[in-house]
Write a protein of this length. Structure first.
Length: 117
């Protein structure tokens, strides 16, 4: 992030400048509840490194990408989501991206259809 850029809401949560219910955390990412849930269980898994979106990742970000998916697995195991869960990454406004900071949605707690639209 450029020092002249304003922090996005996720970076403010990571930096503890605004409150959020942090459900899990490790050295690379945090998990918070989505404030506009699309399922009974809807959390966001957010990397602490500010990467704008999936289309902007670099090869050097491979460990962060792996951490996001491993955190999804840990959250699902810890919260008894044995019937299944969905992982979604929105990339760009046409995909529903509302915060330009890479994050993973984990949704569960109800049967889901395919395709999702």
């Amino acid at each position: 992030m450029n020092p002249n850029d304003e922090k996005d809401i996720f970076q403010k949560i990571i930096d503890r400048e605004i409150p959020a219910e942090i459900l899990m955390e490790d050295g690379q990412c945090i998990v918070i509840r989505d404030i506009n849930p699309g399922a009974p269980v809807h959390v966001l898994i957010i990397p602490k490194k500010n990467i704008l979106r999936l289309a902007e990742v670099q090869e050097s970000d491979v460990s962060i990408l792996g951490s996001l998916l491993l955190m999804a697995q840990k959250f699902a195991q810890t919260h008894g989501l044995s019937k299944g869960f969905r992982v979604v990454i929105n990339n760009g406004p046409d995909a529903g991206e509302s915060v330009p900071h890479l994050h993973v949605h984990l949704l569960a707690g109800k049967p889901m259809i395919w395709p999702p639209c």
